[in-house]
Write a protein that binds this ligand. Sequence first.
Ligand SMILES: C[S@@+](CC[C@H](N)C(=O)[O-])C[C@H]1O[C@@H](n2cnc3c(N)ncnc32)[C@H](O)[C@@H]1O
Ligand SMILES: Nc1nc2[nH]cc(C(=O)O)c2c(=O)[nH]1
Ligand code: SF4
Ligand SMILES: [Mg+2]
Length: 256
Amino acid sequence: MPVSSEVERPKSAPDGPALPVNELFASLQGEGKLAGVPSTFVRTSGCNLRCWFCDSYHTSWEPTHAWMGVDELVADVRARDPDHVVLTGGEPLIHDESATLLRELADDHHVTVETNGTVVPDAPMDLASISPKLSTSTPTPANAPEGVDVGEWEARHEERRIDLDPLSTLVERHDFQLKFVVTGPEDLPEIEGLLDDLRGVADADILDTDVLLMPEGQTREELATTRTVVADLALERGYRYTPRLHVDLWNDAPET
Ligand SMILES: C[S@@+](CC[C@H](N)C(=O)[O-])C[C@H]1O[C@@H](n2cnc3c(N)ncnc32)[C@H](O)[C@@H]1O
Ligand SMILES: Nc1nc2[nH]cc(C(=O)O)c2c(=O)[nH]1
Ligand code: SF4
Ligand SMILES: [Mg+2]
């Protein structure tokens, strides 16, 4: 289900299946169970949410991109060394064509999909890296990025951010991790409530070690204030902690 209104579609989109691509780059997977693994990142543009803290502003609040045909994307990915690919965004799964890309790459790559868990594609993926959005992600006039008019996005974000149907389908169909962006201890009851709800409806085991707490922070300075608090919470509750290796290594530089 493409959400066309959430990404500007210039007339120059090529014929055939294509995706709005904001970045295509090599890096180390910075987050989650595969942190440290050399990977090719494909970052699509456009998102159905607007987290106030989004570290990919140019795919959400102000989407920018060039169009790439899926064939061209596959050729570019295949020409690179890593057999690990990370499809991210924005929200990659709002684009039907992401499913085409996932089907094309399935045979010869390990593909992680970074998703907010609100949309399910009918497509293979090796790791569904699901990051359900907590109430602390909701944009308001007080926390919005500078110069941004939140407008209808506060209500829209709040209405869309959690949907148990796609979440349960994703964990039933795929290897997965649930990666929560944590701003502080007050986020924990909400995470636990969501896990209870999901365990109640999903026909899949959700182990505490599939649950990763990730500190909120777009820069080294911001992470310096959240990482120890979040690591202590993980230790206390028996969840995994995930660093944001790319931020430690390269701060908020693009294409890292
Ligand atoms: C830009 S999002 C794109 C994928 C998808 N839209 C999602 O939110 O999962 C990539 C990852 O960065 C995380 N993220 C975004 N902004 C962040 C921040 N300020 N601090 C920590 N993690 C953040 C998201 O939760 C997600 O796990
Ligand atoms: N190095 C690196 N690892 C990442 N893992 C998930 C990312 C994302 O933006 O989805 C990301 C990213 O932007 N950079
Ligand atoms: S869901 Fe992901 S891409 Fe969309 S605004 Fe939130 S962090 Fe950014
Ligand atoms: Mg990122």
